[in-house]
Design a binder for this molecule. Structure first.
Ligand SMILES: Nc1ncnc2c1ncn2[C@@H]1O[C@H](COP(=O)(O)OP(=O)(O)OP(=O)(O)O)[C@@H](O)[C@H]1O
Ligand SMILES: [Mg+2]
Length: 311
């Protein structure tokens, strides 16, 4: 390993060389060797002083320039953070407004007399409850996003069988959708051994898979099929969720993972969506050092896939 020469030694060497060079250059002009010792000393002192001033200015100038570029970088970072904070606050307030106003509206109508009509009463209370649930989902999702974006999220990386986990998620969601009278079939197609293990945070991956399957069912065709495919990809396992729904148009594909981005705003809100599901998926997969992709063909369907390390 080469040792770095300290800059103070380098500066001294350059100074000595510079002074000697200028002295020797001036010698033929002023015939210094033959002049008095005081005159020689004065010239020598003057040259040294001049070079020292130039060298100092050069050092100070470089330091200032470095400082300036560091400052500019810091200022840009702070400005970006400020923009992020402002945008985030704006989006959050906007998203909170809708369910809060709805709850407020239903309660006011109930107090203003609707409470006396039993049929309307139950209907309005159910609507208020739906919006309160939405509010609670939103706050929960916001907490996850904030934790992930600030890097405060704790990950519990362990090995677990990916097929079993996919099975659990499918069973849970199938139950939820049959309760809603949706005739969806979720198939797991495993091209890896059923006992294949991955190295990841089980709970977080379960959340990613739940979000993706939930989307496939919500936005897919009414009685369509959803496939969960597990396949080997180099040293990893690729997990895909495929639906046969209307697909996503090209212009939305690169924005789909942004927080609060919805292709069809009213449809998503109608289904109780916060628009944070895919953004959370992206963060959680990124925290595993992996990537999530989307491919879609309008009219044919959509496929979301991500990789996980094999254990
Ligand atoms: N499989 C899919 N097919 C078609 N569109 C989809 C699909 N998955 C997601 N989208 C579109 O992407 C948008 C963003 O999805 P995301 O999961 O982030 O939010 P959401 O589903 O609206 O809300 P949440 O996930 O909180 O319930 C959706 O609103 C929908 O328009
Ligand atoms: Mg979703």
């Amino acid at each position: 390993m080469t040792k770095k020469i300290p800059s103070s030694i380098l500066v001294s060497i350059y100074l000595a060389l510079g002074i000697t060079g200028v002295y020797l250059g001036l010698e033929p002009l002023f015939n210094l060797v033959e002049s008095s010792i005081i005159y020689q000393g004065l010239i020598f002192f003057f040259i040294s002083f001049l070079i020292l001033v130039v060298a100092l200015e050069w050092v100070v100038f470089r330091r200032l320039k470095n400082l300036q570029s560091v400052n500019q970088r810091e200022i840009k970072k702070l400005k970006d953070l400020e923009t992020y904070r402002r945008e985030f606050l704006g989006e959050v307030s906007h998203e909170l407004k809708t369910p809060i106003f709805a709850i407020q509206g239903f309660i006011h109508t109930l107090i203003d007399g609707a409470m006396n009509d039993d049929r309307v009463k139950v209907k309005f209370l159910k609507k208020a409850m739906k919006n309160a649930d939405r509010l609670s989902n939103l706050v929960e999702d916001l907490l996850i996003i904030t934790q992930a974006e600030s890097g405060e999220m704790e990950m519990k990386i362990r090995k677990f069988p990916i097929y079993d986990m996919a099975r659990d998620v499918v069973d849970m969601l199938e139950y939820k959708f049959t309760k809603k009278n949706r005739n969806i079939s979720c198939k797991i197609i495993s091209k890896v051994q059923e006992e294949a293990m991955v190295l990841a945070d089980r709970e977080r991956i379960q959340q990613v898979l739940t979000n993706l399957i939930d989307n496939a069912v919500k936005y897919g065709s009414v009685d369509g099929d959803v496939k969960i495919i597990l396949e080997p990809k180099e040293e990893k396992i690729l997990i895909s969720v495929e639906d046969t729904g209307p697909g996503i148009e090209k212009q939305h594909l690169d924005k789909i993972f942004r927080r609060f981005y919805r292709v069809d705003k009213s449809r998503s809100r109608d289904k109780g969506g916060t628009g944070l599901g895919l953004s959370i998926c992206k963060h959680l997969i990124k925290m595993h050092g992996e990537q999530i992709y989307v491919e879609s063909e309008p009219g044919k369907g959509t496929r979301f896939s991500f990789t996980l390390k094999k254990a």
